[in-house]
Write a protein that binds this ligand. Structure first.
Ligand code: SF4
Length: 301
């Protein structure tokens, strides 16, 4: 009898499908993926795909981004309820109201947002290119930054540039406490602390490096350091350990788990391929508008 993994490989060939997974996916899902990455890496991958069918192991806004960039492809999200609470913290209507208060402002949305929100924005950004995207806006223009307050304030601090920042946040990164970092630092005094800019200020202040998950992977590979404390969702540890077998990685907290990312498992990937579900489709008018902000980001980064 064939294993689930063998059935998935057979169906992938039959359907002309590719499996892509975010760095926060469960280990066993990352193990069967053809490609893993952060939001920017996945956006780029989605834009250049040859395969007709994409099984997107991540949360809903990520599959939507792939559907916006490749409207002719079949984008499947193995669990239709895998959402992102931060993305739900702003609606297109709320953003329209904020834009009406600041006519002429450039609206920038973090990629962790709905297609409708992206459609209302001029530019999209990810945690790895947010600084470059904000820098691309002329200094005399106001900027509305949504939905992540922590990423927004991180960029504001780095560039010394005031922005109108929404008050959304990631509940998973908000579970990381300063005492967690201090405990790990005291247990591993030679370790470099890498934190994600979605973390609150008190965590960012304790970090040696503030990096997106893709940047953490690159930094860990290139660094002479051999020990790292990782302040982000624990799924990233799988990739870091796989890519750097001679180095040690310590999760800062086992509470830094995104329940939505963990809704997907190998069985659901198999069912997605068997039943060709759950297809993510973005209405054409919204997709056309949202594509402009994502394409502008890809061109600038
Ligand atoms: S880790 Fe945070 S930002 Fe990422 S999908 Fe989960 S809730 Fe959303």
């Amino acid at each position: 009898m064939k294993s689930i993994e063998e059935k998935i490989q057979d169906l992938k060939r039959e359907r002309g499908a590719i499996i892509i997974a975010h760095n926060y996916q469960p280990d066993e899902v990352q193990a069967i993926a053809d490609f893993t990455g952060d939001s920017l890496e996945l956006s780029r991958k989605a834009a250049e795909l040859d395969e007709e069918v994409v099984v997107f192991c991540g949360v809903h806004f990520m599959a939507e981004t792939a559907a916006i960039l490749s409207p002719e492809k079949t984008i499947l999200l193995p669990d239709p309820f895998a959402g992102c609470p931060m993305a739900d913290m702003i609606t297109a209507e709320q953003l329209r109201a904020k834009k009406a208060e600041h006519p002429g402002a450039v609206a920038i949305t973090y990629v962790n947002s709905s297609a409708e929100t992206k459609a209302e924005c001029d530019l999209c950004c990810t945690s790895s290119n947010a600084i470059a995207i904000v820098e691309s806006v002329p200094a005399d223009q106001e900027i509305i930054f949504v939905p992540d307050t922590h990423l927004g304030h991180y960029v504001q601090e780095k560039l010394g540039r005031e922005m109108i920042i929404w008050d959304g946040y990631c509940p998973t990164h908000s579970r990381i406490r300063d005492v967690d970092i201090l405990r790990e630092k005291s247990a591993h005094p030679n370790a470099v602390v890498m934190a994600h800019p979605e973390c609150p200020l008190n965590i960012r202040e304790l970090a040696d490096e503030l990096l997106s998950t893709g940047q953490m992977c690159a930094f860990a590979k290139e660094s002479d350091a051999t020990e790292f404390i990782v302040a982000t969702e624990i799924g990233l540890l799988y990739r870091l350990r796989n890519e750097n077998p001679g180095k040690k990685f310590y999760a800062v907290s086992d509470r830094a788990v995104c329940p939505n990312m963990k809704k997907i498992d190998v069985e659901k990937v198999l069912w997605a391929l068997e039943d060709m579900q759950h297809r993510v489709v973005v209405p054409e008018e919204i997709a056309n508008k949202a594509r402009r902000s994502i394409t502008a980001m890809l061109e600038l980064s």
